[in-house]
Design a binder for this molecule. Sequence first.
Ligand SMILES: C[S@@+](CC[C@H](N)C(=O)[O-])C[C@H]1O[C@@H](n2cnc3c(N)ncnc32)[C@H](O)[C@@H]1O
Length: 311
Amino acid sequence: MSQTRNEIFNYYRRFLEREPDDSGLSFYLKKVKDGSSLEEIKNEINSSEESQILKMKKFNNKIFDLHSNQSKEEIQKTFQKITRRYHWISVNGVELSDELMTSKAYQMWISQSIPEDLTDKTILDIGCSDGFYSFLCESRNAKDVTAIDFESFETWSHDDTLSNKDNPNNLEIIKNLLDSKVKYHKLDVYDVQKLNQTFDFVLMYGVYYHLYDFVLALQKISDVVTDSVFLSGHILDTDEPIMYYYGPDSSVKRNFSSIVGSSNCLINIALKMCNFKTAECVDIITTDYDSNLSHNNGLTKGKIGLFKFSK
Ligand SMILES: C[S@@+](CC[C@H](N)C(=O)[O-])C[C@H]1O[C@@H](n2cnc3c(N)ncnc32)[C@H](O)[C@@H]1O
């Protein structure tokens, strides 16, 4: 088994430019135990979403390391309080990288849409989750960053001395580590006008297909953005400007997974219904889908699009 283990380490270093995390290593060791050949494992790692993203020429493989005045030991101790996590985060080289709901490579792919210099810019990050993109904008010199999410995720971190209700969420824990000024509000996208502010850039990654009325949400966002919206999400694999409605599913929440549009559908909505002057698809990747989510319609692979809508 140690020979197999070494080979898996080699494939990770060669195709993903990193060491395997515990869950990845045990996933592939189990596959070998269940009969997969090393050649099959090599091909799987080589064709993974992470490897595809790393191979993209325009992808800028920068280290998105955030800065804290705290020591590595203190950061590690703080990270240990986080029991569930959405984003890959690196602070002073200490990484939150295991059992994520996204990946470092995917976050870097998304981040190519955000301007490298945000000096004097105001940002709104909608559906911010753990706040990776908000902190990235702050590190790119944004003047003011507001992060909203309609869930507060308090139970994702755990401080035994506090009740569940009083536990800070991951964004607040990381904000504290970074001594950040990001403003966090538990807020639904439909209430965005309650912020009483306009923003140069609005980020809306992985949110549109959660919404029961994407058009209404984008109209409200259009009223508060002065420059551009950067949006990403699952898309239908067709040039037709169509939207698919997956229907209410009693097993999911009211606000989750009703619609998925094609790239041209999202572009038409932005141009014709939401007052944007230009709308473009910046990039598309093929990715593994979680077939249990209703908007993925039982598929195990599909497309994610990255868009820019400008006023
Ligand atoms: C798939 S996650 C994406 C997180 C992050 N934006 C990213 O791309 O890594 C979707 C996020 O949107 C939030 N969300 C869904 N519907 C929302 C709504 N109506 N208003 C605000 N946030 C919402 C969810 O709570 C979740 O944190």
